[in-house]
Design a protein around this ligand. Structure first.
Ligand code: ZN
Ligand code: ZN
Length: 232
């Protein structure tokens, strides 16, 4: 199973662009979030040799522009992927997508395809879904911003998919948090059995540093251009 970061605040490769937002390609044809703008998204994908026409499924984590902003330009290329959004997305947004392609409104946990589940809507206010991907090493949990709390998202992911958590990657939303509560989150991650972490996007610089210290070799430096190939 291959995971490729195509949009993030940081890039690992000077030939690729960074901008505030997040998007991760899962396998060859499922895009989780679309970043903040389609120009950056599409140019990074082209630069990395990713075939946009091959995208069959788009899953949007939550209704913030830095995760949904690339969708319009993506659909403007002519592709018609099935788009999964939390049911609580704005009516107008859902109608716009539905006028172009198939929209699936997610409430509870759903299997999107064999081995790939959404947690369903987590949290009130800005409801958010995370994705779980089954790999030979265990579950990979991909979060957008984790507004409802990253520990809660991981717990829900574990419940909806089952099995041990190999890796949590994406935005952990811990910007501005001090060291002590960050360490508590890491303790909760350990308790949940999270083996590796790849925080990025809205995680916050301090939190990323503390995760790097605590996880050591199991910390993965994340940004645009990261390609993880995890067994079958
Ligand atoms: Zn957000
Ligand atoms: Zn965000």
């Amino acid at each position: 199973m291959k995971l490729t970061i195509v949009y993030d605040n940081k890039t690992l490769d000077p030939n690729l662009a960074s901008a505030w937002g997040f998007s991760c390609l899962i396998g060859e044809d499922l895009l989780f979030d679309t970043g903040g703008d389609s120009r950056t998204l599409l140019s990074n994908m082209a630069q990395m040799g990713i075939d946009v026409e091959g995208i069959k499924t788009v899953v949007l984590s939550h209704a913030h522009g830095d995760h949904t902003g690339g969708l319009g330009g993506l659909l403007a290329t002519g592709i018609r992927p099935t788009v999964y959004v939390p049911r609580s997305f704005p009516t107008r947004f859902k109608a716009d997508v539905r006028s172009l392609t198939t929209l699936v409104e997610v409430h509870g946990p759903v299997e999107i395809r064999p081995g790939i589940h959404t947690t369903g809507e987590v949290g009130r206010g800005i409801a958010e879904q995370a994705l779980t991907v089954e790999t030979s090493q265990g579950l990979v949990v991909v979060t957008g911003c984790a507004h409802p709390g990253v520990v809660k998202m991981v717990r829900r992911a574990k419940e909806s998919a089952g099995g041990k958590v190999y890796l949590v990657m994406g935005g952990f939303h811990l910007g501005g948090m001090s060291r002590r509560p960050i360490k508590q989150i890491i303790a909760d991650f350990r308790q949940l059995g999270v083996q590796k972490v790849a925080p990025c996007h809205c995680t916050g610089d301090r939190a990323i540093r503390v995760f790097a210290e605590e996880y050591g070799d199991d910390f993965i430096d994340n940004g645009v251009g990261l390609v993880l190939d995890i067994g079958p």
